[in-house]
Design a protein around this ligand. Structure first.
Ligand code: DOR
Ligand code: ZN
Length: 341
């Protein structure tokens, strides 16, 4: 059966341009997005030169305008010292949120100082959400209470642990304006898979236990989780295989081309419904981040097509996937952007 979805939205990806175009760029990243059924993607600010100023933001916007094949938006970044630029940033229609890192990951963006954090939450005087990379109960609680104090809409990126799902559920029940996302790798893989994959399964947050995974699925179906975000984070095979002396491999896995087929496979196994997929990859992201998708922007999928995910068939520049060799059911046939194939 062929089905037409509204254009899918990925609110969390790392397209790497400028500064790390050996991993990905706006051309390859947005081609990968379209291949995966995403017509609108929001790029993260943790480039080698992070998106902390209007100069850096405008550079990204003009590069994307010139090169991108699908629609692209941006999250602004902060190191706690650029709050004077916030008003200009959130007034820009290409900006959809502010990303705050409470844990160390790829790049230099991390705020640990409480005074700076308070200033960040106080200064982002916008309806556009603050997104946090907050791993574990303590950091999540900190983000939730800061958002409450300053009356912010808060998006919790990549919820990955059972306890975190419970925490989100509780905060929502208390009436707080928070939304939460999960990543496909946490839904479809556990620590066990990581053993075989070495550096290729290294990401932040790390893969969890079977119990964590089950809690994520429960949250996904029950509505505690608002959306699926790919956290498409390409690194080259070489970087993953040969990490710098003594250090770990860089964190992150690509996901733009594999997320929808994996979710459709879950539909074919009655683990999700088609309506869930639309809610998690279109309606949820559109509502959380105030994105509107043109009615003639849509994705045609063949629900019955079976195929094997293969590294060599991917459009991402890094040319590998943690799901290489996985058999999926559900394939993107064509994508229309404002009516144009
Ligand atoms: O695994 C990850 N990779 N997690 C992040 O938070 C960042 C990302 C990246 O940019 O590589
Ligand atoms: Zn990320």
């Amino acid at each position: 059966m062929t089905l037409r979805f509204p254009g899918l939205i990925d609110v969390h990806c790392h397209l790497r341009e400028p500064g790390a175009t050996h991993k990905e760029d706006f051309i390859t990243g947005t081609k990968a997005a379209l291949k995966g059924g995403f017509t609108f993607v929001i790029d993260m600010p943790n480039n080698p030169e992070p998106t902390l100023s209007m100069e850096a933001l405008n550079k990204k916007i003009s590069l994307a305008k010139e090169k991108a094949f699908c629609d692209v938006g941006f999250h602004y970044g902060t190191n706690g010292l650029n709050t004077s630029t916030f008003e200009q940033a959130f007034s820009n229609p290409n900006v959809f949120g502010l990303k705050v890192y409470l844990n160390h990951t790829t790049g230099s963006l991390l705020i640990e100082n409480q005074v700076l954090l308070e200033d960040v939450f106080k200064s982002w005087q916008s309806q556009k959400p603050i997104l946090v990379h907050a791993e574990g109960e303590e950091k999540l609680a900190m983000a939730i209470s800061l958002a409450k104090k300053h009356g912010h809409r808060l998006h919790l990126c990549h919820i990955a642990r059972k306890e975190e799902v419970a925490q989100v559920q509780k905060a929502k029940a208390e009436g707080q304006k928070i939304t939460a996302g999960v990543c496909p790798h946490h839904l479809f893989m556990t620590k066990e898979d990581a053993k075989k994959m070495k550096g290729f399964a290294l990401m932040k947050p790390e893969l969890g236990t079977l119990e964590d995974q089950q809690a994520l699925w429960k949250g996904l179906r029950g509505g505690v989780i608002d959306l699926v975000e790919t956290d498409h984070a390409p690194h080259t095979k070489k970087e993953k295989q040969n990490p710098p002396a003594g250090g770990p491999a860089p964190f992150g896995v690509p996901g733009l081309e594999t997320t929808l087929p994996l979710l459709l496979t879950a539909v074919s196994e009655n683990r999700l419904t088609i309506d869930d997929v639309i809610r998690l990859c279109h309606t949820g992201p559109a509502q959380c981040f105030h994105v509107s998708i043109h009615h003639n922007t849509n994705v045609e999928v063949d629900l019955d097509a079976k195929y094997e995910i293969k590294n060599e068939n991917l459009h991402t520049k890094c040319k590998w996937s943690p799901f290489d060799g996985w058999k999926v059911k559900g394939k993107v046939l064509r994508v229309f952007l404002r009516g144009e194939k």
